[in-house]
Design a protein around this ligand. Sequence first.
Ligand SMILES: [Fe+2]
Length: 415
Amino acid sequence: MVKYSIENHTKKNGIDLCEITRRNDRYVPINTSEGKGIQMNGNLLINNASIYDTSHRSFFGGNLLIRDGLIEHISADEIICENASVVDAHGAALIPGLVDVHSHGRIGYDFDSATADQMKKMRMSYAAQGTTTVVPTIASAPFSQIESAIENVKAAGFDAIHLEARYLHPKRRGAHREDLLSLPDQGELLTLLKHCDPLHVHISCAPELSGGEEFIKTARMYGATVGLAHSDADYDTAMHAIEWGITSFTHTFNAMPAIHHRNPGPVTAALTSEDAYCEIIADGFHLHPAIVKLAYLAKQPHRLVLITDSMSATCCPDGEYSIAGEKVFVRDGKAVNTEGAIAGSTITLLDAVRNLMRFCGISLAQALPYATIIPARMIELDSRIGSIECGKRADLLLLKPDSTEIDRVFCSCLP
Ligand SMILES: [Fe+2]
């Protein structure tokens, strides 16, 4: 047995971050502070953990073996493995890494304008706070800037991209600059999809705009998933959009007409649809806690998705920033543009999980799927991430005893 030691992992924001990327059949934890890597032969064994079982939404005592960055074996019995590095979890909770399908940035960088190297730094920062998979979300920008952002996202090694750009209704544009908006365009869509290959593409649009139906059908035909977003659609149009291929509602309630008892609007379509996923921003600003509970009751157990919609000021002090070409002011963690419209959040996805627990009176075990396997399903990456199962990536969070605080992060594919 190889004893796991402090040299085998790095520290990020006070959190241990153990990189287990496969390089020449060895795990190479990078010591970023001193610029040196320590190579370990073989496998990583996490013993004596309280492992989260997604299908039963409960924990069980067990051990877990990681090989080549993938989960190879999970057992309640002892796992014998020669030459394995060993972590003793001392009974602490081991949960899947979180999956954020809608985030625009953090640590001062925005996915619209960040370089590939800056995006790699962002990935480390997301992972250090528990989000081991993030889907870079591109806001409205000139078409050429969107194209270069796509190239940077690919170069930084992400799995997927969320294009929340351009094809939005001007009346519901929120913080997106009006002159950057456009009608859904088949030619642009095909160009974007070609540029994005091999990333999974999630694209948000307002379906009621001219060309919306063809746009959605084409996106689905080419394998993209589609969110209804920044839309002025009524209930009937939103229901038609689901038939055309809409798979989710982007930040449900925000940037769309509200529910009225004689004019149900797109929110009612979102909450009553059996198949469509509903993203919600549970930061306490975008939605009243009672609305979060309403969405939870309507969409649990399999169609609610926690997102952050976080922007560049996340993990930064209050001040002046920008999103989608517009100035944004952050005060006490709340981001608003010059017109007072909310312009993204500054929360982490783990904070959103904690808020969901508090707002809805549910346990961590009940809340976790909404930030792990369900968002993974929404973007069709659930065969690789989102739960602790053999064959999936070893993206794992070890929590402190009886707490939702992170003790250590294991992330299998950091840059
Ligand atoms: Fe948005």
